[in-house]
Ligand binder design. Structure first.
Ligand code: APR
Length: 254
């Protein structure tokens, strides 16, 4: 099977599991937004191939030299995310939620594309890039309104702005972690879409689902650390065409 022609028997298996399940949850990563024009972090074309995350995406790096992190990482991210629209995979998950076939999306992405596509229950594990917060007075500013002429951008109070995203070395907001763990422990099916499952604690969600008896289904063009161990099966392919085909298979069975 190619990346754009997912295996029909596996699609049938996934559709049957979803339709039989009481609770379905999706865990998504950078791969789901690749077809929206946002590069992933790891693997071919990944952001961490060209820049060292410890030098640019760690909270210590930001505190040491915020202008450098803004110049090399955050400014580029803003330009890429400004141009991105949801793709077929984001829309498929939003459709599933509307049909009561999906309880919630746990995403590691900060691009807001699930909500743009219409998903309403989205746990943003690593925050959201749409907002900046002043490190001094904590006031919030929409990223779209930030003036990039002088870096780092500053709040009216003079404090430096930082994205409302989690840098390496920072804690996941406890309420997000708790809810994600609960959803993972109580779901019957977990769809794991476009994540290398290499960053914890997000990567522990499929383990929690598996340990509690859920069927874990991966959608990814590549095998991951979960494949053949924690996931029941992998539908090899790009998120957009696979999710489109999965929706079609579900509709045929409804
Ligand atoms: N469709 C589906 N999956 C894809 C596609 C695609 N079109 N293209 C690539 N992938 C897969 C890759 O094979 C890989 O397994 O998406 C995955 C992307 O992995 P990562 O780049 O590691 O992204 P992610 O798992 O979300 O990273 C987790 O790491 O640096 C941090 O904070 C960052 O939230 C991020 C976290």
């Amino acid at each position: 099977m190619t990346a754009d022609k997912p295996d029909p028997p596996l699609l049938e298996r996934a559709a049957a599991a979803i339709l039989k399940a009481g609770r379905v949850v999706a865990l998504t990563g950078a791969g789901i937004s690749v077809e929206s024009g946002i590069p992933p972090f790891r693997g071919k074309g990944g952001l961490w191939e060209t820049i060292d995350p410890m030098e640019y995406a760690h909270i210590d790096a930001f505190q040491r030299d915020p202008a450098k992190v803004w110049r090399v990482l955050i400014k580029d991210m803003k330009e890429v995310l400004d141009r991105a629209d949801p793709n077929e995979a984001h829309r498929a998950l939003a459709w599933m939620e509307k049909q009561n076939l999906l309880q919630a999306v746990i995403t590691q992405n900060v691009d807001g594309l699930h909500q743009c596509a219409g998903s309403t229950d989205v746990i943003e594990f690593h925050g959201n890039f749409a907002w900046q917060r002043c490190i001094k007075c904590k006031a919030r500013t929409a990223t779209a309104a930030v003036d990039l002429c002088r870096l780092p951008p500053r709040c009216r109070c003079g404090g430096i702005l930082r994205p409302e995203c989690i840098f390496f070395g920072e804690l996941i907001p406890p309420q997000c972690l708790r809810r994600a763990e609960q959803l993972s422990a109580h779901c019957d099916v977990m769809l794991v879409i476009g994540t290398s499952a290499s960053v914890y604690p997000a990567a522990s969600m499929p383990f929690i689902a598996n340990q509690n008896g859920a069927t874990v289904i991966e959608i990814n063009p590549e095998r991951t650390a979960l494949s053949g161990k924690v996931s029941d099966f992998l539908i090899a392919g790009h998120a957009g065409p696979v999710m489109k085909a999965l929706v079609k298979t579900i509709v045929e069975r409804l």
